[in-house]
Design a protein around this ligand. Structure first.
Ligand SMILES: [Zn+2]
Length: 369
């Protein structure tokens, strides 16, 4: 018998081929989202929460502790500990602008991967190895930048990073003055995503699901604070922070406007075609959704997505394709103006080119915008 052209490798290529031909079972187009938008959203949101694997909540009335207060120029930076829904503790920064009239509203500012987690976003710069480089490279102190513009900012440390890293405080053993190159594959990763996600999926949950569950819990806590419950609430995040922002806004409609920075594109190009950090891998995800479908759950709420020409996490070609699909969803639902994009010359970094005006326009109370 004539031998076929054997393919002993590669399984990754095979999986990519299978993915290309796979319909998304709860995709906006595939599941009739255009015609029955609210029904589709309800069904898809429920499925997404299930895939993320929220665990049974142990703490519904969390205790909190104010740990530190520091006066900065134009705002006060507080550090808090908050009981998580599962009984451990969330470390978070609360940046309170010093204003006569009160803040414009509240923004959750979520950090991505990187050496010092929420410290970057909250502007805590202790001169640690690689700290200034990363701040400059990613324009990473966006929590501060929003506080300086009149927003009350919450910047929680996400699970697996910095103070919540399973491997201890990262880089404490790095030599003084040693610069960490984030592009060096042998450099410490600064996160325990692989450790967490490997175990989490055994329990039917996921690393990112636990982060989103923490964020939902934080929103509930903010909404329980009498002086804050009526303020409009939005969310912004870069990279892994954009990932959490996207999923949080998709499942929690209390987020009234969102900006996903350096993350939005197609998962098929971002984490299927290339190997990415393990916290991105949610069992069964691509059988049901691509990113434009998940972001369709944010519609009709205002959404700004951003990427840079040289961004390797949200490649611009894939970003443009996913944006066109998502724009069609917003157009179908008659709210085209509520979706905007910001593509800029640069690398993987936060962009305020449109973000500051976006939140002023779509979220601010009007007192100060
Ligand atoms: Zn990760």
């Amino acid at each position: 018998m004539r031998k076929p052209h054997f393919r002993f490798a590669s399984t990754v290529s095979l999986l990519n081929e299978l993915n290309r031909d796979m319909p998304r079972l709860l995709g906006y187009d595939e599941a009739g989202g255009k015609q029955n938008f609210k029904t589709w959203q309800a069904k898809a949101r429920k499925k997404l929460r299930g895939l993320l694997g929220f665990l049974p909540v142990k703490v519904t009335d969390p205790k909190s502790w104010l740990l530190e207060t520091e006066q900065r120029e134009g705002f006060t930076r507080e550090q808090w500990a908050l009981e998580s829904p599962l009984g451990d503790h969330i470390l978070l920064y609360r940046l309170v602008p010093r204003l006569a009239k009160g803040p414009k509203g509240i923004l959750l500012a979520l950090h991505g991967h990187g050496l010092y987690g929420a410290d970057f976003v909250a502007g805590v710069n202790l001169g640690r190895p690689g700290e200034q480089e990363m701040l400059d490279q990613c324009n990473y102190d966006y929590g501060v930048q929003f506080a300086e513009r009149g927003w009350l900012v919450y910047a929680p440390c996400q699970r697996g990073f910095n103070q919540r890293n399973d491997q201890g405080i990262p880089f404490k053993d790095v030599l003084p003055g040693q610069v960490i190159d984030p592009n060096d594959p042998s450099a410490p990763t600064g996160c325990s995503c692989l450790d967490i996600n490997s175990r989490a999926i055994l329990l039917g949950t996921t690393d990112i699901g636990l982060r989103v569950q923490d964020a939902v819990h934080l929103v509930s806590w903010i909404k329980s604070r009498p002086e804050e419950r009526k303020l409009p609430l939005g969310c912004v995040g870069l990279s892994g922070g954009g990932h959490t922002t996207e999923l949080l806004a998709a499942v929690d409609t209390r987020i009234k406007a969102a900006s996903i920075q350096g993350y939005f594109c197609y998962w098929s190009d971002q984490i299927m075609d290339v190997t990415h950090c393990n916290c991105n891998y949610v069992p069964h995800l691509l059988r049901y959704f691509e990113q434009d479908d998940v972001c369709g759950l944010i519609c009709p709420r205002p959404l700004l997505v951003t990427t840079a020409t040289e961004d390797g996490v949200a490649p611009v070609k894939s970003f443009r394709k996913a944006y066109r699909a998502l724009k069609q969803t917003y157009r179908d639902q008659g709210v085209e103006k509520n979706l905007d994009q910001d593509i800029f010359e640069g690398e993987h970094e936060f962009s305020g080119r449109k973000a500051f005006k976006f939140f002023d326009k779509h979220l601010a109370t009007g007192l100060l915008a």
